[in-house]
Design a protein around this ligand. Structure first.
Ligand code: GUN
Length: 296
């Protein structure tokens, strides 16, 4: 068993960006990410704080715009419009989930395509499908960057994805099946209506678990020598920790790891790569906007 070290790989990616920026004259405007956070969802607070921290570490500017839970949809849309027009902002993210009374799709679609570093806008998702330049959402992109870093063979492999979310499962299925490296896998996208799930997971050369169900994947579900990517980051109650919770992945790491050839830990796996991929997207947005080059 070998560890796919997301923390170390993310560190290298962030260092490369920081070094690139450090070589620029001081007068050159740096990339800036604007993060919009609504309410006080604990997990969202943690994610956004980590994104802002990464910006500070590598020399990006950052703006954190907070709204109360009861913010109106119009107020939120007006804020996004302002950020779209702000020339000092190159990337915009609206942390999901949003409160029930706000139409998430409407908000996602309000973000200017060129600044949509989360890749959630329908145009960027269409671009991903057609392999046109655009923004690939951070978690799927981070997973592929990790496979690339460790030169994991994906061509001709059976990749089984658990979960069909718009943010992870569906885009990562597309990326793993397209004609590229990483890619060229035969993909099975499994979800809550899949029958005999274990029969499929046991055939997986590469298993990507993105259900958000702690320790769902057990040793019996995994083939000897498989590559296992754990996307789960769920808070579970744990009174032995100072915070009263710990972060659990979708995979029972202790039991599954010995059967695998490669596996991501939680934390220090996909989560760290998501942040690095977001930084790379923000850097890309800045390059495209400041050089008016949409082909990058
Ligand atoms: N909620 C869970 N994951 C993400 C993400 O990658 N971006 C945003 N904006 N919200 C999320």
């Amino acid at each position: 068993m070998n560890i796919l070290d997301g923390k170390a790989t993310a560190g290298k990616i962030k260092q490369r960006i920081a070094a690139d920026l450090a070589s620029l004259p001081e007068a050159v405007q740096r990339p800036q990410l604007a993060a919009v956070l609504v309410g006080h969802n604990g997990a969202s607070e943690t994610y956004v704080a980590a994104k802002v921290k990464a910006c500070n570490e590598i020399g990006f500017g950052s703006k954190l715009i907070r709204f109360a839970d009861n913010v109106s949809e119009n107020e939120l849309l007006a804020c996004i419009q302002q950020l779209n027009e702000d020339n000092s902002v190159h990337g915009i993210i609206v942390q999901l989930p949003l409160p029930q009374h706000i139409d998430e799709q409407k908000v996602t679609m309000a973000v200017k395509v060129e600044k949509d570093v989360d890749g959630f806008h329908p145009e960027n998702l269409g671009r991903l499908m057609l392999q046109l330049p655009g923004f690939v959402s951070a978690t799927p992109k981070g997973i592929l960057m990790l496979l690339e870093e460790y030169k994991i063979e994906t061509s001709g492999k059976h990749c089984v994805v658990l979960g069909r979310s718009n943010i992870v499962g569906t885009p990562v299925s597309l990326l793993m099946s397209r004609n590229a490296f990483p890619g060229n896998s035969t993909v099975s996208l499994c979800h809550s209506k899949t029958k005999d799930l274990a029969l499929l997971t046991k055939q997986a050369d590469i298993l990507i678990a993105a259900l958000g169900r702690p320790q769902f994947v057990t040793a019996e579900m995994v083939k000897q020598g498989a590559v296992v990517i754990d996307v789960g980051i769920t808070r579970v109650a744990d009174t032995t920790t100072p915070k009263g919770y710990r972060i659990a992945g979708d995979v029972d790491f202790e039991k599954v790891a010995p059967k695998t050839s490669w596996i991501t830990p939680v934390p220090g796996g996909v989560g760290a790569m998501t942040i690095a991929a977001l930084m790379q997207n923000t850097y890309l947005a800045w390059q495209r906007i400041t050089s008016s080059d949409a082909t990058r």
